[in-house]
Structures are given as structure tokens and as C-alpha cells.
Design a protein around this ligand. Structure first.
Ligand SMILES: *Cc1c(COP(=O)(O)O)cnc(C)c1O
Length: 366
């Protein structure tokens, strides 16, 4: 059983993907070009944001968003400590300081009620993460940001396609970002990402920054980065985007089926089926490491997203946080377990996971 069945996905779209890649090779337009322009216009239409700017990864999408907003040394950005390292890494890379606020256990997203007390005169932005494919409480977060004149950057690296009160992830804040890392809901065959905004000025800055600050050939208005998406990845994404909504429907069916299979107890599912694209199907369970080892021994692959919250990472030791500072993030890090999931998971595999999990929980308790 695969944890995320990318091989089955490739087999399903093989002819289209092979054809798209071969066209790029034949055209020899490998950087930017028609495939990238087509993707950006499709992504904007899909999210409803006025602009989509493709880029080299989800991490660079976050860095570029911070750069476009002019966030730098001396500024503070508030985010969740229970996320992938890239969220806080991006803040550090522009020289700003990360300030963490704890999560709520129900969805493992930043708890909007804890944000306001983390705001100081140095705060410039709030960066909520849409963990496992579900947006945080964006209405409350946007209202706090408006009161304090802050930008909101959605780290939507796991949530492309998710709906928040009728709006698509990426289009629920000042700037939204996503990642096309292969295992994300919309993945390419390497690294890739995108930034979304409906602010024309920010969009123009983002497009310049991701291409060496270039406004016209060899005219560099600002210092930027090489953050472009390549044409082969764009061509693959153009194919996959056509199948994406069908995949989201299948994700929703399989998500609800897991929820039903696991309802008899022993685990708490993170988040809500109706709000999430289920980038990861994650549950909280006692004796997590033992349960995971037993599952692995029974042939069920698992993952932990994430075993150590960022405030306890050595890379952020200089921020001065210690164990106990964000108890719910620490509890989540000890309890979360991601089960095999993708639109290509079979129902037989799902039944086998549910059965093995039931046994593993009983065995781990004794
Ligand atoms: C994957 C991920 C990123 C980084 O995306 P890359 O494309 O791997 O650089 C950032 N934040 C979160 C929450 C992610 O899951």
C-alpha cells in the first residue's frame, strides 16, 4: 500500500502528461513561456484571485510574499508553531522575527483568539497556515488584521482547492500561497508553487521579485530572486488541473468514508470533511509512536505531520521559546498520525487501514 499513490495517478493521466512534457521539450522553451502563462491564468480563474504568480516552490512563494510586502529586519510576523518548517523559515529568511501563537486542537490551525495578545508595535503580518487542507478562522483573522493594519499571508501550501465560506484558499487574505510539491493536493513532478493576490500593485511586485527584480529585459528595479516555475512543471500542472475537481470529489468521498470507518473510537480526526481538501488524513491517537510502529509492521505506511513544533526546533532556539510555551502544539506533535490517503486510495485499502488501526490501538494499550 502506498502512503500517497502518485504512481496510480500518473498511470491514469500518462498519455496526457507524456504528451505535454514532450511538447515542451520539442519547443525548447523551458523557462516561463506559454505553459506558465496558461497555468497562471487557469490558477487565477480557479481561485478567484485577480492574479496568480507561479514560482519555484511553496517556500519561495512565502519568501516572495513577505518581500513584496516589504517585511524585513525589525518586523514581526505571527504564525503557528505547528506547521512545516518552511512557514517560519521564510520569515527568518527575510530577516524578520517569528512570533508564535498556539493552535486549537480541533483543526490544528492557529487559534485566532490567541493572535491579538501576540501583536506588538513591530507586528507587520499574520501568517495562518491552512494545515492538512483546511483554512484557519480567516474571518476573525482578517478582522484582527484590519483593526491593527496588518497584512495576512495565507500559507495555503496544503490547501489548494479548499473552500472557506464560499471562497477558495489562496483568495481569502491579502496574499495567499500554495505549493505544488508532488505530495500536495495539486502536485507537479518536482518543486513548484504559486502566489495569489487581487492587489494589482502587489502582483506586479511579485512578478518582478520572482524574476530577479526585472521589469524589462536587463532592467532591474529591485533585488529579487530566481524564483521561476519551469515550463515542464507548468505543462504537467496544466494537465493535472483539468482533473483536479474530480480528484477533490473523490478525496471528499474517501475522507467521509474514513471518518465513518474510524467513528467507533480510539482516534480523533483532525478538522472537518466539508471544509478540507484533506491533504493529509490526520488523526490524534494516544500512544502514537507505538500505534504507528504496529501499523507499519502490519504493512500500513504512516507519517507524522509534525513530530516537533517549530518553537522547539534548534533552528529557532534564538527566538527564546521553551517547552510548555505552546502546550496544544506540543500535544498535537505527540498525538497526530497521518494515514494513507490520496484520490487513488482504494476502498479495500481503506478497510485494511481501519482494521489494522483498530488492532494496533488495542495492542498499544496493553
Ligand atoms: C509544503 C509546505 C511548505 C513548503 O512548500 P515547498 O513547495 O515544499 O517549498 C510550506 N508550508 C507548508 C504548510 C507546507 O506544507
Amino acid at each position: 500500500m502506498e502512503f500517497i499513490n502518485l504512481k496510480a495517478q500518473y498511470a491514469a493521466y500518462k498519455d496526457e502528461i507524456d504528451g505535454a512534457v514532450q511538447r515542451v521539450c520539442a519547443d525548447a522553451a523551458f523557462i516561463m513561456g506559454g505553459e506558465v502563462a496558461e497555468l497562471e491564468s487557469s490558477l487565477a480563474k480557479y481561485t478567484g484571485a485577480a492574479h496568480a504568480i507561479s514560482c519555484s516552490s511553496g517556500t519561495d512563494a512565502l519568501v516572495l510574499a513577505l518581500m513584496a510586502l516589504g517585511i524585513r529586519r525589525g518586523d514581526e510576523v505571527i504564525t503557528s508553531p505547528f506547521t512545516f518548517i518552511a512557514t517560519a523559515e521564510a520569515i527568518a529568511l527575510v530577516g524578520a522575527t517569528t512570533v508564535f501563537a498556539d493552535i486549537s486542537l480541533s483543526d490544528c490551525n492557529i487559534d485566532a483568539a490567541l493572535i491579538e495578545r501576540a501583536i506588538t508595535p513591530k507586528t507587520k503580518a499574520i501568517m495562518p497556515v491552512s494545515l492538512y487542507g483546511q483554512c484557519a478562522d480567516m474571518d476573525t483573522i482578517n478582522a484582527i488584521a484590519a483593526r491593527h493594519n496588518l497584512a495576512v499571508i495565507e500559507d495555503g501550501c496544503q490547501s489548494f482547492g479548499a473552500l472557506y465560506r464560499g471562497k477558495k484558499s489562496g483568495n481569502v487574505s491579502t496574499i495567499g500561497t500554495t505549493s505544488f510539491f508532488p505530495s500536495k493536493p495539486l502536485g507537479c513532478y518536482g518543486d513548484g508553487g504559486a502566489i495569489f493576490t487581487s492587489d494589482d500593485e502587489l502582483a506586479a511586485r511579485l512578478a518582478m521579485l520572482r524574476n530577479h527584480g526585472q521589469s524589462a529585459r536587463y532592467e532591474h528595479k529591485v533585488v529579487g530572486i530566481n524564483g521561476r516555475l519551469d515550463a515542464i512543471q507548468a505543462a504537467i500542472l496544466n494537465v493535472k488541473l483539468r482533473h483536479f475537481d474530480a480528484e477533490l470529489s473523490r478525496r471528499a468521498e474517501l475522507r467521509m468514508r474514513y471518518d465513518r470507518l474510524l467513528a467507533k473510537g480510539g482516534v480523533t480526526v483532525v478538522g472537518e470533511a466539508a471544509k478540507s481538501v484533506t491533504a493529509q488524513y490526520s488523526v490524534r491517537v494516544k500512544n502514537r509512536d507505538r500505534v504507528a510502529a504496529l501499523l507499519n509492521a502490519k504493512g500500513v505506511p504512516t507519517a507524522v505531520h509534525y513530530p516537533k513544533p517549530l518553537h522547539l526546533q534548534e533552528a529557532f532556539a534564538t527566538l527564546g521559546y521553551t517547552r510548555g510555551d505552546f502546550p496544544l502544539s506540543e500535544q498535537a506533535a505527540d498525538e497526530v498520525l497521518s494515514l494513507p490517503f490520496s484520490p487513488f486510495l482504494t476502498e479495500a485499502e481503506q478497510d485494511a487501514v481501519a482494521h489494522a488501526l483498530d488492532e494496533a490501538i488495542k495492542e498499544a494499550a496493553c
